[in-house]
Design a protein around this ligand. Structure first.
Ligand code: DOR
Length: 430
């Protein structure tokens, strides 16, 4: 069966396209791009953006081990509803994804139950304990696309060096959760005037910056591709910018929540705002926006971190770190487009080809012959965030009740429509 996406504004940053056109899809691939195309099924896309499938390279799917928070299946449904055609899942499951057999389980489970492409990230150290290396070769062979101990830093610099050397041999990037645990200590929010006012222990920006600098040095030493996860402060942006200028193989991502909120919002003591790294100052937020604009930051990634109610409905100090993001990420990011800060093409680049480049996912563009991974975005649709309607198994978002503008209305994965917003009727017979 053929499918045509008709009359949408095709935005493809890779091929520098921004034009109203039709896109025909057959047997999982884009077969024609042009005008006046017909097919068995039509998605009417007038007024919509038609863009390469969005990719979120930082997602916690919680399976195996914590299926009460999220499964590969439920996480993939949340991803599809958020406009994501592909996600990469972090290894802090139980068991940790530190062997070929766990990687294999995730790949197999995703093939059985996921709506979108799922790329597993293997742990760098066994059990994420930071003591010995994980089974890097086996994981690479079974489909791991990167190595990371995300959720925890690799405190031992010598182990990080060896992990980078292995990663380089297998052609994998190392994703670093930059946090000096001794400096972060028992902190629960950004260390600054707000933490003092609220009487909560702080996490200084330096705890991130020292590790960013260390890992840049180790990338320089080993030649490994380094990717800095969830950059949260100005000092990190400055260091990454400078390292890129020197030709170091470093990339970076930022979350929608660090671009939207600051530590001031914690005055509400809403535990859904407790994330690691913490929400920082307005100056940091501005520096993150600047970094995203000038290309110092290559990608937007949600750090979708599902937790159940009991783990959040407790005193701020005792609550777990993390918020979900798959179903709000795009709409939050569209704010920067509506405010005239990012162009649509810049945003789409940071949410599709940018992340694809980091994980070396090939053929991620809208071109005749390319695999048909496509997202349709309504840039002006009012989206009232209602966590009870989320596909995710968890509800831990601070954005519940927010009114946002713009959202994904249809997601196509390998030529198959995996999500259609019921408020936006696109389908018809062609
Ligand atoms: O807030 C966070 N939650 N940060 C992390 O690094 C890990 C994540 C989680 O797994 O819950």
């Amino acid at each position: 069966m053929s499918l045509v996406i008709k009359g949408g504004r095709v935005i493809d940053p890779v091929n520098r396209v921004d034009k109203v056109m039709d896109l025909r899809i057959e047997k999982g691939r884009i077969t024609r791009i042009g005008r006046g195309l017909s097919a068995d099924k039509v998605l009417y896309a007038s007024g919509l953006w038609v863009v390469p499938g969005l990719i979120d390279i930082h997602v916690h799917l919680r399976e195996p081990g914590f299926e009460y928070k999220e499964t590969i299946e439920t996480g993939s449904h949340a991803a599809a509803a958020g406009g994501f055609a592909a996600i990469a899942c972090m290894p802090n499951t139980n068991p940790v994804n530190d062997t070929g057999s766990v990687t294999d389980f995730i790949v197999t489970q995703a093939r059985k139950s996921a709506l979108v492409h799922v790329f597993p990230v293997g742990a760098l150290s066994r059990g994420q304990k930071g003591e010995t290396l994980a089974e890097i070769g086996d994981m690479a062979e079974r489909g791991a696309v990167a190595l990371s101990d995300d959720g925890k830093p690799v405190m031992n610099a010598e182990l990080m060096r060896r992990g980078m050397e292995y990663a380089r041999t297998f052609g994998l990037p190392v994703i670093s959760h930059c946090e000096d645990m001794n400096l972060a200590a028992e902190g629960v929010m950004h260390e600054g005037e707000v933490s003092t006012r609220l009487g909560l222990p702080g996490i200084p920006s330096a705890s991130e910056e020292v590790m960013v600098e260390r890992d840049i040095l180790l990338s320089e030493l080993t030649g490994a591709a380094l990717h800095i996860a969830h950059v949260s402060c100005k000092g990190s942006v400055d260091r990454i910018r400078e390292a890129k200028k020197r030709g170091i193989s470093v990339t970076a991502e930022v979350t929608p929540h660090h671009l939207t909120l600051t530590h001031e919002s914690l005055a509400s003591y809403d535990t859904n705002l407790k994330v690691n790294p913490p929400l920082r100052s307005e100056a940091d937020r501005q520096a993150l926006i600047e970094g995203l604009l000038d290309g110092t930051i290559d990608a937007v990634a949600s750090d979708h971190a599902p937790h159940n109610i009991a783990e959040k409905e407790t005193e701020f100090e005792n609550a777990v770190f993390g918020m979900i993001g798959l179903e709000t990420s795009l709409s939050l990011m569209l704010r920067l487009v509506h405010e005239g800060i990012l162009t649509p093409s810049q945003l789409i680049e940071r949410m599709s080809s940018g992340p694809a480049g980091i994980l070396r996912i090939r053929d991620w563009d809208l071109r005749e012959g390319a695999p048909a991974n496509v997202t349709l975005i309504h840039p002006g649709m009012v989206f009232n965030v209602d966590a009870d309607r989320f596909r995710s198994r968890s509800r831990n978002t601070p954005f519940n009740g927010w009114e946002l503008k713009g959202k994904a209305v249809c997601t196509v994965v390998s030529g198959k429509v995996v999500f259609e917003d019921k408020h936006w009727k696109t389908s018809g017979k062609g």
